[in-house]
Every structure is written in structure tokens, then in C-alpha cells.
Design a protein around this ligand. Sequence first.
Ligand SMILES: Cc1cc2nc3c(=O)[nH]c(=O)nc-3n(C[C@H](O)[C@H](O)[C@H](O)COP(=O)(O)OP(=O)(O)OC[C@H]3O[C@@H](n4cnc5c(N)ncnc54)[C@H](O)[C@@H]3O)c2cc1C
Length: 384
Amino acid sequence: MALDNETLEQLIGTVRRFVRERLVPLEHQIAENDAIPPEIITEMRQMGLFGLSIPEAYGGLELSMQEEVLVALELGYTSPAFRSLIGTNNGIGSQGIIIDGTEEQKQKYLPRMASGELVVSFALTEPEAGSDAASLRTTARRDGDSYVINGTKRFITNAPAAGLFTVFARTDPESAGAKGVSAFLVEAGTPGLSLGPMDRKMGQRGAHTCDVIFRDCRVPADAIIGGKEGQGFKTAMKVLDRGRLHMSAVCVGAARRLLEESLRYASERRQFGKPIVEFQLVQAMIADSRAESYAAECMVKETARRKDAGLDVSTDAACCKMYASEMVGRVADRAVQIHGGAGYIADYGIERFYRDVRLFRIYEGTTQIQQILIARNLARDFAH
Ligand SMILES: Cc1cc2nc3c(=O)[nH]c(=O)nc-3n(C[C@H](O)[C@H](O)[C@H](O)COP(=O)(O)OP(=O)(O)OC[C@H]3O[C@@H](n4cnc5c(N)ncnc54)[C@H](O)[C@@H]3O)c2cc1C
């Protein structure tokens, strides 16, 4: 349900204040400690941030896509680790249940996800199946009224904290592609489910990923999302549209921050007797960053509007993800350049953002996969 203007403004204002007054001052500490303080997690829960996209009937805020994009824009302004914490509950982790889950599954899990009591992870990627996710090898063999899951999932966000995993596994051993894949809800602590050591990443310290390993992990037959075999890959693909728009908005938020930091530094830093912001070559970098982030913002807001209107936005959501994630990479690179040597030194935080935003071009579909998707959809539409 769409919020009225006043409530929406209140929500955005609250998130903006929280981000700028509470989270920004903690950025350095989070990167140092590789952990988000528990009191911040509690505050995020109280604000409803874990349930932005979850229906009100299950305790969430049920934001429209346009509203969610506005919140994601605010959250993007600070270290991506904070957003990552709530990312799976709002996006890839919960949406499968919201879109395709049975009523029983929704009742059982969504209220605790919305409150942040239950963290959910999305386990699709495997050591041998990344971009080619449909080739996944994890199997789920039917055995009486249960399934037995075997396989390894890789780079799974929030897995170390997760109480629940949306796991994609092959139920039809005869089918090598997407058709034989089903999605399961597997609770942490189920015998046969274990976690690998935490991955050591290039950036986004404070956000955690690890392997999720299944060895003869037995789950009840009703753990299949929607109760039907063979629908899992379709579910995964439906989930990704919303995630791509959310992610694009986070990129725009990060670009805003980087531009502000660049302007602040360029106005204060003096060389050759004047602030460097007065040099036209520096101005060119600032102008390029503003134009590109503005373009991405317009794309994201317009695509979100069209998604809310019920239109098929899969091509445009891929355009947004591709453009916004590449855009923020260029903006971060220019921010380092504008800061000169200081841009390379950890104390200023710019190099940290530069490393943090690098991930956006890789996960939830690499830039190359977005390109393939966009061109394939256009060619298909042209042919009809
Ligand atoms: C920090 C982090 C968090 C993640 N979180 C999750 C998560 O929560 N859940 C989850 O399931 N996964 C997650 N992933 C996995 C992520 O989605 C994959 O890493 C990503 O999809 C790419 O897969 P890959 O790493 O196997 O790369 P590959 O697929 O091996 O790709 C390597 C390179 O080849 C290119 N390439 C591949 N195929 C083609 C093609 N057909 N044409 C042109 N170029 C191609 C790619 O674009 C890329 O440049 C995460 C990854 C990271 C690093």
C-alpha cells in the first residue's frame, strides 16, 4: 500500500537523520572491527528497516517500489555494510516467499523477517555456478515426505547471521537447466547444514558472506517455496527485478555521498593559491559525476514508477543496475582523484568507498549479465 505524502516524508526524514547522525560517524569503526554494533541493529529493527518490502499483513511496511527506492537512496549514502544487513530480508531473501510462497510459509516466516528477529539469506551461487546459475549442482532428492539436500553454496550474504536460507537445488536430476530447480526454505540448525569460514573481502567490511554447505540435509517436503517442484528458477528471476532497482538506488545514494565529499574537499583544499574547485579540470570531474548520478537517479525513479504501475520492467531494471553500478564506480574513481593523495589514504574514507562500491558491478548479476539480458530482451521484442 502506498504511503500518504506526509508519512512518506516522515519516513525518509527519519532514515536520513539516522544515516547521517548515527551511521556516518560509525563508518570507520565498522570497517576497523568488521562488525555492526548490536545497538545499531536494534535501532534498525525499531525503524522497520528489515521489513520495508514485506506486506503490512505480515508486519512489514509494504513500501511500493518507488518508496523503497527513496529509502535505499538514503541508505546508500553511508557504508554499504549497513544496507547489506537489511538487504536480504527486504530483497532476495524474502521476496521469493512473498511472490511465490504458500500462505503457511508467509505466516511462519515473514513477521519475524519484517521485525529483523529472523535474518534470511539467498543461497543460489555455487563454486561452479555463478553467472550461469541455472547450471547449479546442489541436489534435493525426494525421500518419502522429505527432501535430502547435498551441495555447496558460495559467497552467501548474511549467512553467518541467518536463521533461514532460501536455497536453490535441483529436484529433477534428469534436467540440467533451469526447469529442474526448486527453491527450499531451510532453517539454520537443521542437521547437515553447516557454514564455511567467513570470506575475507576487498571491501564492505561489516557485511559478511560465507559458504553454506549441505550434507544429507533433510527438510520436510513442505519446505519447497510454493509447494511445487520445478518453479525455483522462475522464483529466483522474479526476485531479481526488485533487487536490481533497490541496488541501483543504493548506487545513486553512494554517488551522492562521494560527490558531496569531493565538493567539500575541493572547496577546502588550496593549490596554486586557490581552492582546487576553481580549476576547470577538477570542475569537469565534478560535473561528470553529477550528470551521471542524476541520470541514474532519473532512470531508477522512472523504472520504479513503471514497476508500480504493473508494467514489465525487467529490461529497464537491468539497464538501471548496469548503468548505476558502473556510474558509481566512475564517481568513486573521480572522488579518489579529486582528493589526490588523501584519496588513497585510509583516514579519509574515500578509498574505502572506492573498494566498497566495486561489488555493485559483480553481485545480483554482473554488468556483462545485465548487458546480455538487455540485448536478449530487445532482440526478442523486436522479433515480435
Ligand atoms: C560479496 C558478495 C556477496 C554475494 N552475495 C550473494 C548471495 O547472497 N547469494 C548468492 O546466491 N550469491 C551471492 N554472491 C555471488 C554473486 O552473485 C556472483 O559472484 C556473481 O553472480 C558472479 O558469479 P561468479 O562470481 O561465479 O563469476 P562468473 O560467473 O564466473 O563470472 C566471471 C566473469 O565472467 C563474466 N561472464 C560470465 N558469463 C558470461 C557470459 N555469458 N558472457 C560474458 N561474460 C560472462 C562475468 O561477467 C564476470 O566478469 C555474492 C558475491 C559476492 C562477491
